[in-house]
Write a protein that binds this ligand. Structure first.
Ligand code: WQD
Length: 333
């Protein structure tokens, strides 16, 4: 089966392409390289010894996008391509609504025109806002506190209406918690441009002495050590979840929602201490004020994904820290 992967050269997309190729899917990647680099194609080939078809384009560009559908005739789509920085979305909401919504609408139009009935969407735990209780289940109230999260929630609603209007389309919505880590080969990982928004990429820049120290945003939360608690999930586990979702799209039409997390919550200090211990390196830090918009704790109940997709996270926080640092060291060789 041929799968079109939008944003397939990005952090989660590239790891998913590796898993797809190793499961003998044919992979077509469209990516505009706004948050990725073209050399990831070679890294994917080095890991899998398989090639992908690649088209550099913006998914919002309907003319160029249709040329890919005409030529490749994909049977399924995994849609990663989106802007995803919470802070940036607050500063540039229109850019986020335009890019994230229009790209998805263009894909829906192509699905109708080229009879593609299988769609896996990259959503986010951000759609739950700050939950009243934990762990978070898929039927919890949905509430967003930033434009990035609102784009994800709006797209979920668009896809729900789209599925209702068609009888043969299967859409799987995957709500990610906090993806970190890297492929064990050290060839793929997260390497954002500029000052990272997220915790693990920031830790890596401190480990690499590119940044002097980690700024921990608050240690006065109602958590075990006062720092924020999150459900960190290894990016390889997350990638494998997409293959389980793809299998589901072959079985029944409709729209289905799944949390992809480990079910374990770790604090910022837990992650820092684990990273230091498994990698034998010191991460200097200072405690700063809370970051606006952060919630104290957020972690998943992923039993539905296990029951209905047969998926659960296998890798722990130590592998996440080890693989992330290994990727950094390999990228400097
Ligand atoms: C994790 C914890 C921070 C950086 C966001 C998006 C979510 C998803 C993942 C896209 C928090 C603390 C962080 C730093 C810190 N992205 N922290 N110093 O905010 O849970 O989730 O990224 O899908 O949608 O909301 O991730 O890594 O930014 O923060 O202390 O320099 O680390 O306060 O407790 P977050 P994060």
């Amino acid at each position: 089966m041929k799968v079109l992967v939008t944003g397939g050269l990005g952090f989660i997309g590239s790891h998913t392409c590796v898993e797809l190729l190793e499961a003998n899917y044919e992979v077509v990647i469209v990516d505009n390289l706004s948050n990725s680099t073209i050399d990831v194609i070679d890294k994917i080939k080095a890991i899998t010894n398989k090639t992908v078809s690649f088209y550099e384009l913006d998914v919002c560009d309907e003319v160029e996008l249709e040329k890919v559908f005409q030529k490749e005739r994909p049977e399924a789509i995994i849609h990663f391509a989106a802007y995803k920085a919470v802070g940036e979305s607050v500063e540039k909401p229109i850019l986020y609504y335009e890019n994230n919504l229009i790209s998805t609408l263009k894909l829906c139009k192509m699905m109708q025109k080229y009879h593609v009935t299988k769609f896996v969407f990259s959503s986010s735990a951000t759609v739950y806002g700050s939950p009243a209780t934990l762990p978070i289940k898929e039927d919890f109230p949905l509430f967003t506190t930033n434009p990035y999260g609102t784009t994800k929630l709006m797209i979920e609603k668009i896809l729900k209406d789209f599925v209702s209007s068609q009888k043969d389309i299967s859409v799987i919505i995957l709500r990610y918690f906090n993806p970190i880590g890297a492929h064990p080969s050290g060839l793929l990982g997260e390497n954002p441009k500029g000052i990272p928004n997220n915790l693990m990429p920031y830790i890596l820049k401190v480990a690499d002495k590119e940044l002097e120290r980690l700024h921990i945003f608050g240690n006065d939360y109602d958590t075990k050590d006062g720092t924020g608690v999150r459900d960190y999930i290894h990016v390889v586990d997350l990638a494998k979840g997409h293959l389980c979702a793809l299998e589901k799209t072959k079985k029944e039409p409709g729209i289905f929602y799944y949390n992809l997390g480990t079910g374990c919550g770790y604090s910022v200090l837990d992650l820092v201490k684990t990273f230091e211990r498994v990698n034998g390196i010191k991460i200097p830090y200072q405690i700063d004020h809370r970051r606006p918009g952060d919630v104290a704790s957020c972690y998943a109940d992923s039993t539905k994904a296990y029951q209905e997709l047969g998926w659960k996270a296998e890798l722990g926080i130590e592998e996440m820290c080890k693989d992330a640092y290994h990727f950094l060291l390999e990228s400097k060789r």
